[in-house]
Design a protein. Structure first.
Lengths: 339, 339, 339
């Protein structure tokens, strides 16, 4: 594909410095760009690579553009601008409108217009698939599930019965939506009695769910993923959890049962949030943080001990076991000195 | 389904306060219950919702029931009582006794009576499936596996060769049982020589295994999951591990190789247990704890730093790197003051 | 299979003490070995079991062999020696050279000689599978993927388009290679704009990838896993990450975007490495460590608080929140005493 720099400027509402007739044929990083590529800098850390890039044009913020003499698209948000340019060069997965002969689809399922259903997909009774959606190979969609329009489901996904997924969702491979919540009542003989999980999962519009992620159905009612939520790989969301609009959760983060997370939150990788909590809107939880209390105020919250040389860490970790005693000794000394 | 409150009292051996002829048609939470639903309170935290619920009857403990005027089932264990009522209203997945024409089953496999085998299931040579079991779509069962009676295996599960699974087990979607343990011997050129994993996995009766969970086969001998063990989603159990009866493991918890965990333990979410340890019976390990030594006494064990405002955490985490020096300084001062 | 002890000595270049004509029929642990088995001790911790084992021969290091009177293979590296003996007794999975009739293979795919493709495998257009490779049931291989020779892919794996995998790789069940990196640009209305991930994943030769592991394709360019890398279960590798030769990563470890890890590193279980870092060659990161800065020098790095009795931990964790104040108080006191 060939697009002129002028057209890219118009498409992204950027200012142009340089040759508007320049033909761009692709996108790449500063380091890997060839002579027909456009690239970008959003992290000032990479500014130094501008002097060595072979890219024929670059997207820059006004301050980085100042003093750069090459062909430039200037925009206050170079990252978003570049993302739009990538879309211009690369088509997203689109439906072929074909249903593969090996797909096994219940007679009572209703399949919208122009839907792709690929090899070995299994669709149970009462399912509805919205127009223009794509269900890739080996995916299982249980009875009574509702899938919205223009949704893309990658291979080997398992969606349990009664799950609802909105429009324009992207569900990555081998994820599981609607598995049983982890609920058991202790019995007198110390064995466990299963609490049937008779609720479901409701996923909104424009949601992305990563590979290998698991979202449990609720015990009663619904586990809810609101519109615009983006979830990375290997995230675990327990039963009855609710995630608010446009919240993002990075890889390996996990939320225990019945916790409600607000809108516009950012949950870092491998973070863990205990059950029955409320996290208000606009909270940022950094990677690996351990959240065991509700958070009422927006802001950035963190925990964890950064890695150190093993020899030093071992000594410090040993001392941690006596931190309470240290604090008491310190108080005693303070008192002693005050007198 | 309609069941009278009197019948529910008899079914659960509860005392009844109110109208025994009242017809109940479903179960729900206090908040979401409609006028024909029964609900419950087990966590006193939710007692306040009793005044606003529309539920026509509630399961309560004797102390919560005292002073409540609505229709009540009174039982010392409201949670277990409610779990039994949910079972009364909701049938569990049961076998249809049908084998789908797309299933690929080795001639040497033996399939019990009244077994469901759904679309695209693959069953290799020498496998045995017990009576009344259900194998859902896309699941792979490797050669020589033995699956007990009335066991339910959800879609897209992979069970490697020689795995044994007991009766009444529930195996959730996209889990993997019997994959190779992670064992490599270092060679002189610093590359790794694979230790073939020639053991297997043995899973007992009444075990539940969550979605996306992985359990590795042993190098030699068996990785063992005892009767009644309940394992949540995305749990990782390494080779040669043994988990004792009725132990529960929450989402994302992981156990390294050759560790033996006793019976009646509770392992919290994202907890990590190092290899070659022994955890005695009745140990509770709280969420995100890091266990690097054996535990000989029952009790509750924890670690981890709860999240704090980022600004404060950063300062404290920085200080942690000097905790050993702080402890030494403190000792020196104590000595100085003693003199 | 029967192999004489003399042949095993020759095969592994070990010294033999005892009966070279002794017939060995299998391998096992010291505890479980029967009278025709060979076993080994590599961890001196298990030396005591030598007195009770029924094994007819044992692999020992020279110092452990000294004073042991049974049949012995003596080798400076008993673990590697035993690994080679296990290979002698147990054949690895090998190709049957057959393509199952239910496999769905694009006409434009090129399949090498003597390849096994099992039931319900889906292979899209332009894929190449190298000679002697085995693709097990239910695995999906997207368009334009290249798979090397003698590679083994277990069931229900999903490999996205344009992925390259080298020779002699082992890919375990339900892993995902090539899923979209997690990249979104924030928009003015606080919703997220997807950064199309138009790069790919390139996996070298002799790589092993564990069950349920996920490796994301890059935004631009390639996510790179070098030759000889060994990755355990439920590992997450984000977009644009590079892992150097012969590095090993244990279960549940995760690496965020664009980080480069060197060769010969060892990453412990559940460790987390933040994005945009560089970890030099030969770094060992212990289990559960949190790495948030680049590491320039080889060595062992650690973090995390080992579990303690809950009652004690709670007090110490509470004190951690005031560690900075404690340090300041301590400094003040030191100063006061100095004067």
């Amino acid at each position: 594909m060939k697009i002129s720099l002028g057209d890219l400027a118009r498409l992204t509402a950027s200012d142009l410095s340089g040759d508007s007739d320049l033909i761009i044929e692709g996108v790449n990083t500063l380091d890997d760009a060839g002579k027909t590529d456009i690239s970008f800098v959003s992290n000032p850390k990479y500014k130094k690579n501008l002097s060595t890039t072979q890219a024929s044009a670059v997207v820059l913020s006004p301050d980085l553009a100042d003093g750069y003499s090459g062909n430039t698209l200037i925009n206050a948000d170079p990252y978003l601008t570049f993302a739009k340019i990538v879309h211009a060069f690369h088509a997203e997965t689109i439906t072929t409108g074909q249903i593969h002969s090996s797909a096994i689809i219940s007679d009572s399922a209703t399949i919208g217009h122009n839907v792709s259903i690929e090899a070995n997909v299994v669709i149970e009774e009462g399912v509805h698939i919205g127009d223009n959606s794509v269900i890739k190979a080996g995916t299982f969609i249980g009875a009574q599930c509702k899938i919205g329009e223009s949704t893309l489901i990658y291979p080997n996904v398992t969606i349990y019965t009664d799950t609802t997924i909105g429009a324009r969702a992207i569900i990555h491979a081998n994820s599981v939506i609607g598995s049983d919540g982890f609920g058991f009542a202790p019995q007198q003989d110390r064995s466990w009695y299963k609490i049937l999980q008779v609720g479901n999962v409701v996923v909104g519009d424009d949601v992305e769910i990563g590979a290998g992620t698991t979202i449990d159905r609720s015990a009663l009612g619904s586990t809810k993923i609101a519109n615009g939520v983006k979830i990375d790989n290997q995230v675990q969301i327990a039963h009855n959890v609710e995630i608010g609009e446009h919240t993002v959760m990075a890889g390996g983060s996990m939320v225990a049962g019945s916790t409600k997370i607000g809108a516009y939150c950012q949950i870092g990788g491998q973070a863990g949030i205990a059950g029955h909590l409320r996290i208000t809107d606009g909270v940022i939880i950094t990677g690996r943080a351990m959240v065991i209390g509700s958070i009422k105020n927006p802001g950035v919250y963190s925990s964890g001990i950064p890695a150190d040389e093993n020899r030093k860490w071992r000594r410090n970790a040993m001392r941690f076991r006596h931190l309470d005693e240290m604090a008491k000794t310190l108080k005693k000394i303070e008192k002693q000195l005050d007198q």
